[in-house]
Design a protein around this ligand. Structure first.
Ligand SMILES: CC(C)(COP(=O)(O)OP(=O)(O)OC[C@H]1O[C@@H](n2cnc3c(N)ncnc32)[C@H](O)[C@@H]1OP(=O)(O)O)[C@@H](O)C(=O)NCCC(=O)NCCS
Length: 288
């Protein structure tokens, strides 16, 4: 099953049809079949909710129909008991049970309250420390570390050898379906207690220092290039390749805020990756 080719156009047409059917898709076996095929394609990395595309302005293309397929899974899934029995009980849509893995998957999921939802792709060599959660539609590529209390939100795309440090929150997005998910490219270090939300793209090799928060509404001051980076109506906030971003603040320039000497939180690009950064961010290879 793992190496079987899928007919993407056919699957897309079926998903679109069942999604458009609204409540009529509930209880329709053909809708469930199409959804299960999509879910399997997501889990094996054959389909992605967003993927690299050199022709797209941001370098990434959102596959809105895949996201509609994920939403179809919520619509047609009834609530069911999962791993029921005993004192602990879990309830979720029957279409999105927790994934189970075998040693052949080449992934380490340390026991202790972590979960990977169906429809998420986790590549070989990924390590997940408990508790951590990877939601539907997310794509986590080879050699990435998902540390304790990290969240990989729905449809988020995480590259190779990324370190999602303890408490890192990578926001998810299912709706609106054409909204871009958060994208963390290869070799990024996402520091502890960091939050990356609302479709922000972090280019390869960038470093987000502990405590940095990035949203569509957060201007980022690049002191190296003397520029202010912001999301626009068409593009999300984009952190450039190799940027080292630290949490900073800036004085409120006018009005009551100035009178009261207030300042607001502002991420600052203090430099671009150098040898010192490489030393500070070296991953503990032996732990892998
Ligand atoms: C960003 C980080 C990697 C340091 O990178 P670095 O390249 O070694 O940075 P440097 O020490 O050369 O610092 C460059 C400048 O940024 C400032 N800076 C560095 N880290 C900072 C931080 N976290 N907050 C605010 N300022 C910071 C330094 O003071 C320095 O400013 P200066 O030139 O005016 O003195 C490190 O601070 C960090 O946040 N690491 C992640 C830690 C973490 O979350 N670990 C997770 C374990 S699970």
């Amino acid at each position: 099953m793992g190496s079987a080719l899928i007919d993407v156009e056919d699957l897309k047409a079926r998903i679109e049809r069942h999604f458009a059917a609204g409540a009529d898709a509930v209880g329709d076996d053909a809708a469930m079949d199409a959804f299960v095929e999509l879910r399997h394609a997501l889990e094996t990395g054959k389909l992605r909710s967003a993927e690299p595309d050199g022709d797209a302005p941001t370098g990434w293309r959102v596959n809105a129909w895949v996201k509609r397929g994920i939403l179809l899974g919520f619509r047609i899934g009834k609530l069911t008991e999962m791993n029921g029995g005993g004192a602990l009980s879990f309830l979720d849509k029957v279409t999105y049970p927790a994934r189970s893995f075998t040693p052949e998957d080449g992934v380490r999921i340390v026991p202790g309250g972590s979960s990977v939802r169906s429809g998420a792709f986790v590549a070989r060599g990924v390590v997940m420390m408990p508790p951590a959660y990877i939601n539907v539609g997310a794509y986590v590529d080879e050699g990435t570390m998902v540390d304790s209390h990290a969240l990989v939100g729905s449809c988020a795309q995480i590259g190779r050898r990324v370190h999602l440090s303890a408490g890192a929150q990578i926001g998810g997005v299912l709706e609106p379906v054409n909204a871009s998910p958060v994208i963390i490219e290869d070799d990024v270090l996402v520091g502890g207690n960091t939050g990356v939300y609302e479709g922000t793209i972090v280019r390869r090799g960038a470093v987000l220092a502990a405590g940095t928060i990035l949203t569509r509404g957060t201007p980022v001051y690049d002191v190296v290039h003397r520029a202010i980076l912001k999301a626009t109506a068409e593009t999300p906030l984009i952190i450039p390749e190799g940027a080292v971003v630290v949490p900073g603040s800036r004085a409120v320039p006018a009005g009551y805020g100035r009178q009261m000497n207030l300042s607001v939180y502002t991420p600052v690009i203090v430099k671009y990756r150098d040898e010192k950064t490489d030393l500070s961010t070296t991953l503990e290879e032996l732990l892998r």
